[in-house]
Design a protein around this ligand. Structure first.
Ligand code: NDP
Ligand code: N5H
Length: 257
């Protein structure tokens, strides 16, 4: 039997280091036989990524800069990807940002600028990259983004990011309708708390982690590899009937009152 993602080319956005959810996804996609293209924002992330790829014997098809705040950067990245690789079959969007001072206190105090930044990088970016990526998805394929329970419920401190993730999840549904006619599926994974660079230093993170072990049906932490395998499934033909969906990879925490 051939590997699940044999002959599939997938773009991965959002590896900052070995703790990144996108790195867990990279390992799952590589093990499933996919050819991988990476985008990064900061030079530092590129360097970390290249070291990781080398250490893990993963040969990338391409590593290209893409700042999702900038339409020209997105256009240029996907144009280069198209010119070098032709057709792609998948896209992983694992990118988000909000100013630290908006991730504490009351949501009511969110500034206009802080609100727009969170929406811009964390939600609108999926719309912008889907528009460019679909041009290269001539054989159909899958797009998967990363979200969190704070989109559905009020989670202390998540604040402006919860509202951005709500927009992201609604975008998954609207985009799924638009690109479905071209055989492209759009889904999200809603992960439980995982200690990553983004999560570092944000208030309330440690408490959120410990509650999973106490209250979630599986009574254990979520890790990058679990999210990686679920994302791999959603990108693969095994999920060919699934689109517009938010799949929780959270030890079942979201079902508990
Ligand atoms: P990381 O810090 O590892 O990854 C965040 C990534 O976002 C970095 O690679 C960063 O790139 C990228 N990024 C930020 N701004 C931009 C931009 N303007 N253009 C391009 N890339 C940008 O954290 P995670 O792996 O935790 O986060 C990945 C996703 O998972 C996010 O959407 C997050 O909300 C989501 N998530 C995380 C959970 C957790 O508990 N960790 C739980 C549920 C969802 P660079 O460093 O190069 O700027
Ligand atoms: C309820 C919680 C804990 C409180 C809220 C955390 C929200 C985190 C999301 C954003 C993405 C974090 C963020 O933007 C941090 C930046 O302000 C500062 N960090 C950086 O700039 C680093 C260097 C770069 C790499 O980070 C980014 N993003 O570019 C939620 C947690 C239980 C779960 C969680 C952590 C969710 C999530 O969405 O990440």
């Amino acid at each position: 039997m051939s590997a699940i993602l044999q002959d599939k080319t997938i773009v991965v956005m959002g590896v900052a280091n070995n703790r990144s959810i996108a790195w867990g996804i990279t390992k799952s996609l590589h093990n499933a036989g996919a050819k991988l293209i990476f985008t990064y924002r900061q030079e530092r992330s590129k360097q970390k990524l290249e070291k990781l790829l080398e250490k893990n014997d993963i040969e990338p098809q391409m590593v290209v800069a893409c700042d999702v705040e900038d339409d020209d950067s997105i256009k240029q990245a996907f144009q280069e990807i198209g010119e070098t690789n032709g057709t792609i079959h998948g896209l992983v969007h694992s990118v988000a940002f909000a100013n630290t001072d908006e991730l504490q206190g009351e949501y009511a105090d969110t500034s206009r600028d802080g609100y727009l930044t969170a929406q811009n990088i964390s939600a609108y970016s999926l719309v912008a990259v889907t528009r460019e990526a679909r041009k290269l998805m001539t054989e159909g394929g899958g797009i998967v983004t990363q979200t969190y329970l704070g989109a559905e419920r009020v989670v202390p401190n998540y604040n402006v990011m919860g509202v951005a993730k709500a927009a992201l999840e609604a975008s998954v549904r609207y985009l799924a309708e638009d690109v479905g006619k071209d055989g492209v599926r759009v889904n999200a994974v809603s992960a439980g708390p995982i200690r990553t660079l983004s999560a570092k230093g944000v208030s309330g993170f440690n408490e959120k982690m410990s509650v999973i072990e106490e209250k979630a049906p599986l009574r254990r932490q979520v890790d990058q590899d679990q999210v990686g395998d679920a994302t791999m499934f959603l990108l693969s033909d095994l999920a060919r009937g699934v689109t517009g969906e938010v799949l929780h990879v959270d030890s079942g925490f979201h079902i508990v009152a």
